[in-house]
Write a new protein. Structure first.
Length: 277
């Protein structure tokens, strides 16, 4: 049977050591909280992130919180790097996990004409390409086995264009469309695909993206633990889309009714710096 460094064996719900889950972007925030829920339910974990110190700290915390369980492995990789992504995809395909959580991603802020293209290309590589490649790696074995779950983390920005966060919102629109399509393709197969689309959440995302002072993060902000729980429950139930929070659900519903031009104007207002125009 294929092995992972540290002795981690391939997935399959009949495994003696419990089912296997791969979580990207697992060192903090929503990814970490989803990993915590998986560990609590007896999953073996492969945690993936690009910062080795933060990743090992997250793994140590999860082990300590689960009776010192050693069946939590880590893999440091920059998913925006093509070689690193190819290696990770090969590992994922070999391990044939029961669950894949595509949480890795980041944002950026500013008028598109002034922002740096290198970071935006890296954003597309992480938010779109890596998510797609890893889903491609695990889906065929899941379908062959007749069981498996994929959770892709999108955003409420998946539902509308994002002026001043144009590339980020576009990548998250891809995540939603891609996930809904795969959910329909896999219907009745025993495999499910879910898109988790949270609104503003207390994580390191806003500060890293430069969005901390925008109106969207000056309003109600959810906690990562609560968002993760909703996403995890939706994944377990096989729901195609989960939008945490009643206000976010209402906003998403309104987007479908309001003329597109007005949606873009409303989105621009939310992505404007607090006090700006």
């Amino acid at each position: 049977m294929p092995t992972w460094p540290g002795g981690m064996r391939s997935g399959g719900t009949s495994g003696d050591e419990g089912p296997l889950a791969i979580v990207t972007g697992a060192s903090s925030g929503i990814g970490y909280e989803i990993a915590r829920l998986l560990a609590h339910d007896g999953y073996r974990l492969l945690l993936v992130a690009r910062d080795p110190a933060r990743l090992e700290a997250a793994a140590a915390s999860l082990r300590a919180g689960n009776g010192g369980r050693r069946l939590i492995e880590t893999h440091v990789v920059d998913l925006a790097d093509p070689d690193g992504l190819d290696e990770m995809a090969c590992f994922a395909n070999t391990l044939c996990p029961d669950v894949l959580v595509n949480n890795a991603g980041f944002g950026g802020y500013g008028p598109f004409a002034r922002t740096g293209i290198a970071r935006e290309v890296e954003m597309i590589a992480t938010n779109v390409t890596a998510l797609t490649v890893l889903a491609k790696a695990v889906l065929p074995p899941m379908l062959e086995r007749g069981s498996g779950r994929i959770l892709n983390v999108g955003s409420t920005a998946s539902f509308a264009p994002g002026p001043f966060a144009a590339v980020y919102a576009a990548t998250k629109a891809y995540v939603l469309s891609f996930s809904e399509a795969l959910s329909e393709e896999t219907r009745g197969s025993g495999v499910t695909v879910t898109a988790l689309c949270p609104g503003p959440t207390h994580t390191a995302f806003a500060a890293r993206a430069g969005m901390g002072e925008t109106r969207v993060f000056k309003g109600a902000v959810a906690d990562a633990e609560g968002v993760a729980k909703i996403g995890y429950q939706a994944m377990r139930a096989g729901k195609p889309v989960a939008v945490p929070g009643l206000l976010n659900q209402l906003l998403v519903f309104m987007v479908r009714l309001v003329p597109r031009a007005l949606v873009v104007q409303m989105s621009r207002r939310e992505f404007t710096l607090d006090g700006g125009k």
